[in-house]
Design a protein around this ligand. Structure first.
Ligand code: SF4
Length: 248
């Protein structure tokens, strides 16, 4: 039984062991998606966080229970390239969980990127991450900088230690790591930007995170604001953690 708050660096190791087999990783879906004007999407299993609003909550709570299969980097790249070709998209992403859990999952991701760019050097790969590992291990960011058309969206879970802890389930002392990860990306010349969920920040939280971003040398106008999908289980999880939503 997972008790909150947990240490996300410990949890990421445990989760990586559950969702990786050699360089193959568990995925549960490959699909075309409407976001970013149309994008080929591979949905992963496994995340060190357990956000109250995660739409993939059950799988990320118990990745060991999912019956999804493991895919090699080559299989993932081929499936995504096939969706791009069929749908006439030029964008591709990984979603549903965290792509970077540690060294093994990073190697998997790196090989997926190599496979995609070998076949289609001009597509845009959007990496959606919670930023934890790229803040903890800057060397990973350096290795991503070889992919010129890679863009990285870092989803920030809170505007201070308390809000980070209640949303992500992780100990609040790790609040700064995703922001450091974003700074590492920008320093390495990678197109990276922060994203937040409006209803859990509100205007006051947005003001606070903008101030923190500026302290890290990140321009606040880069902040992407997304809005909550109010699935019943999401509202229930938010209620269990006593998180109130801002609507204005
Ligand atoms: S970081 Fe993303 S995938 Fe992970 S639990 Fe939070 S919302 Fe879900």
């Amino acid at each position: 039984m997972l008790s909150l708050p947990f240490d996300p660096l410990q949890r990421t190791k445990a989760v990586e062991e559950l969702v990786m087999e050699g360089l193959s990783r568990k995925y549960y879906r490959f699909r075309p998606a409407r976001y970013y004007g149309g994008i080929a999407t591979a949905d992963l299993v496994g995340c060190p966080f357990l956000c109250a609003y995660c739409w993939n909550y059950a799988r990320n709570l118990h990745p060991e229970l999912s019956r999804d299969r493991y895919y090699s980097p080559d299989e993932v790249a081929k499936r995504l390239l096939a969706i791009m070709k069929r749908e006439r998209f030029n964008k591709v992403r990984l979603s549903g969980a965290e792509p970077i859990l540690g060294e093994q999952s990073f190697e998997h991701l790196h090989k997926v990127l190599e496979g995609i760019y070998k076949a289609n050097p001009v597509c845009d790969f959007i990496l959606e991450t919670n930023g934890l590992l790229i803040g903890y291990e800057p060397e990973l960011v350096h290795r991503l900088s070889q992919f010129e058309r890679l863009a990285v969206r870092v989803s920030l879970k809170g505007f201070d230690e308390g809000s980070f802890e209640s949303i992500s389930g992780s100990n609040g002392k790790y609040f700064n790591l995703p922001i450091k990860g974003l700074k590492n990306l920008i320093r390495s010349g990678i197109n990276g930007w922060p994203a937040i969920m409006y209803e859990t920040f509100g205007p006051e939280g947005i003001g606070k995170i903008n101030k923190t971003l500026m302290e890290y040398g990140i321009r606040p106008e880069e902040l992407e604001i997304e809005y909550l999908e109010p699935y019943p289980f999401v509202l229930e999880n938010l209620k269990k953690r006593s998180i109130s939503l801002r609507t204005q």
